[in-house]
Design a protein around this ligand. Structure first.
Ligand SMILES: [Zn+2]
Length: 240
């Protein structure tokens, strides 16, 4: 029955490798999705930055138009000053000119500010564009790497699956029934080694009786987690 213990160890080793290959296979598409999300976010940011450039430029040209309209008004009023027939009329025109000039000073500041904002937004567009180019190149790299690994991992998966069936076939019939029942959907959690009298699956201490059955290479399940137990390797006398 020592072969049974050996087979259980072997089965656990294969199950652990299968889990590892499985999780590496799942990791690939996750990495691709992460890159794709990054690109989608950058594209959204780029769209907003371009819209900001467009809107700021529109705002600036509206204000520039307003400014030049007021400039013409000021010139026009200046021309009228000499033709004034009364002091009151002169005063009214003079105040109008002053008010327009003051309004245009505010407008000039706003236009300058608009130029600054446009410049900043244009820098943001360029930055974002560069990041996007890099992210797209990164995605292409990740995709080809994942593709390459996928082929390798899938053939490893096939190899391990065969190995598992072979090892399962070596189990004595009475254990195989238990094993197949426990192994449904549990993968590497089907089995657990016992170290220092402790189940390495759930870290509960096993009973003395279970331990002595294990030493006799009999089938033993952990009473807490249900995993099939095995001793990790043949202990020489005097070894813990
Ligand atoms: Zn356990």
């Amino acid at each position: 029955m020592a072969e049974t213990t050996h087979t259980l160890r072997e089965l656990h080793r294969i199950h652990i490798q299968l889990s590892d290959v499985g999780s590496r296979l799942e990791r690939g598409p996750r990495q691709i999705r992460a890159e794709e999300t990054k690109i989608a976010n950058l594209e959204e940011t780029l769209k907003k930055a371009k819209e900001e450039v467009k809107q700021t430029k529109l705002m600036v040209s509206r204000k520039e138009l307003q400014l030049s309209e007021r400039e013409s008004k000021i010139l026009e009023n200046r021309g009228k000053l000499n033709a004034c027939s009364s002091n009151r009329e002169y005063q009214a025109l003079f105040e109008q000119i002053a008010a327009h000039q003051q309004a245009n000073e505010v407008l000039s500041d706003e236009i300058l500010e608009g130029f600054e904002r446009t410049k900043d937004a244009e820098v943001a567009v360029r930055d974002c564009d560069q990041q996007l180019t890099l992210a797209k190149a990164e995605l292409a790299q990740v995709k080809s790497r994942v593709d390459e690994q996928k082929q390798m991992l899938e053939s490893e998966l096939a190899r391990l699956t065969n190995l598992l069936s072979e090892a399962e076939a070596q189990l004595p019939a009475e254990i195989r029934v238990d094993y197949l029942r426990v192994s449904k959907g549990r993968g590497e959690d089907t089995l657990a080694a016992v170290e220092g009298g402790i189940c390495q699956g759930c870290y509960q201490t096993i009973t003395a009786q279970s331990y002595s059955e294990l030493l006799q290479h009999r089938p033993v399940s952990c009473k807490s987690c249900g995993r099939l137990l095995y001793l990790p390797e043949d202990r020489r006398v005097g070894q813990a």
